[in-house]
Design a protein around this ligand. Structure first.
Ligand code: FES
Length: 102
C-alpha cells in the first residue's frame, strides 16, 4: 500500500497509508488532520489546500482550469499549492510529500 507524508503546521510529519484511488484530502481527513474538505472534492471550497513538495509537483496531474480558479482565492498560496481533493493516489505517488499551509 502506498504511503504519503503530510507535514502539519507544527512541523510534525504524518506518514499515512493511502489506498490507490483515494484523494489526499480523503486520506488526511481520515487521519483527523485539520483538512475540512467542506465540499467533499467538488472544487467548491478550497479548504483542502496543501503545498506539494517541489520534488513531487511535476509527478502529479497538472492543475485544471477549475482548480486554478479556486486556488486564486486561497491565502498563503505557494508555487506548488494544490487542492488536495484533486490529487488521487496512484502507485507512482508512493512516498509523496505535502504540507498543510500555515
Ligand atoms: Fe472542496 Fe477540495 S474539498 S475544493
Amino acid at each position: 500500500m502506498p504511503t504519503i507524508h503530510i507535514t502539519d503546521t507544527a512541523g510534525t510529519v504524518h506518514t499515512l497509508d493511502a489506498k490507490p484511488g483515494d484523494s489526499v484530502m480523503q486520506i488526511a481527513r481520515a487521519a483527523e488532520l485539520p483538512v475540512p474538505g467542506d465540499c467533499n472534492g467538488s472544487l467548491a471550497c478550497a479548504t483542502c489546500h496543501m503545498i506539494v513538495d517541489p520534488a513531487w509537483s511535476d509527478r502529479i496531474p497538472p492543475v485544471s482550469d477549475d482548480e486554478e480558479a479556486m486556488l486564486d482565492a486561497v491565502f498563503n498560496l505557494s508555487p506548488t499549492s494544490r487542492l488536495s481533493c484533486q490529487i488521487r493516489i496512484t502507485p507512482a505517488l508512493d512516498g509523496i510529500r505535502l504540507a498543510l499551509p500555515a
